[in-house]
Design a protein around this ligand. Structure first.
Ligand SMILES: C[S@@+](CC[C@H](N)C(=O)[O-])C[C@H]1O[C@@H](n2cnc3c(N)ncnc32)[C@H](O)[C@@H]1O
Length: 184
């Protein structure tokens, strides 16, 4: 955990991060029926900021000190500095949960529990595949094809897509996107 914190602090201090809001967040956050949202591993806040600006009341959970300092500058955002390896999500709290470019399999059951009935989950992250293999990423931090859909199969899948995207260095990467809704 300490290693992760330092690594992310360094990356962020060097200005090495995405600033544009994630497309799936823009497209699918509209599906949420209420305004309580959670941004898991919020980073420098590109997605939290968008949600706050669109009327959501957002809890942003993040480990990196540099990121947390930046998140605190977003007016109206509830910033929680925590290690998601030991963080318990409050059950039945959120109308929308987003998790973008972060994988922590321990959280899967907690995410399902933290959604309110009809709550929306937007989960997009790196996937194993030809493109990500070239970048020699640790496969532990990549979902397998189909894994997200399978992991959340008790939710109603609204959209599932495996696709090629580009990272901040313009390298192509394999990704998976799941948008799902908790049953009422
Ligand atoms: C690739 S970034 C994604 C940031 C953000 N979701 C976005 O899409 O811009 C991954 C984030 O996970 C955070 N992170 C890594 N391990 C964590 C942990 N154990 N607890 C909380 N945050 C963690 C890092 O600090 C980093 O900000």
């Amino acid at each position: 955990m300490e290693e992760d914190r330092k690594r992310w602090n360094k990356k962020y201090s060097e200005g090495n991060y995405l600033t544009e809001v994630n497309k799936a967040v823009v497209e699918y956050s509209k599906l949420a029926k209420g305004k309580n949202a959670l941004d898991i591993a919020a980073g420098m806040g590109r997605n939290s900021k968008y949600l706050v600006e669109h009327g959501f009341s957002v809890d942003a959970v993040e480990l990196s000190d540099v990121a947390v300092e930046n998140l605190k500058r977003i007016k109206g955002l509830n910033v929680i500095q925590a290690d998601l390896d030991n963080y318990i999500l409050e059950p039945d709290k959120y109308d929308l949960i987003i998790c973008i470019n972060y994988l922590n399999r321990q959280l899967f059951p907690l995410i399902k529990n933290a959604l309110r009935p009809a709550g929306i989950l937007i989960y997009e992250t790196l996937m194993r595949g030809e493109e990500t293999d070239k970048l020699h990423r640790n496969p532990l931090f990549l979902v397998k094809p189909g894994e997200l859909r399978e992991a959340f199969n008790t939710l109603k899948v609204l959209k599932y897509n495996e696709f090629i995207d580009y990272n901040k260095n313009n390298q192509s990467i394999n990704k998976a996107l799941l948008v799902a809704k908790k049953n009422i």
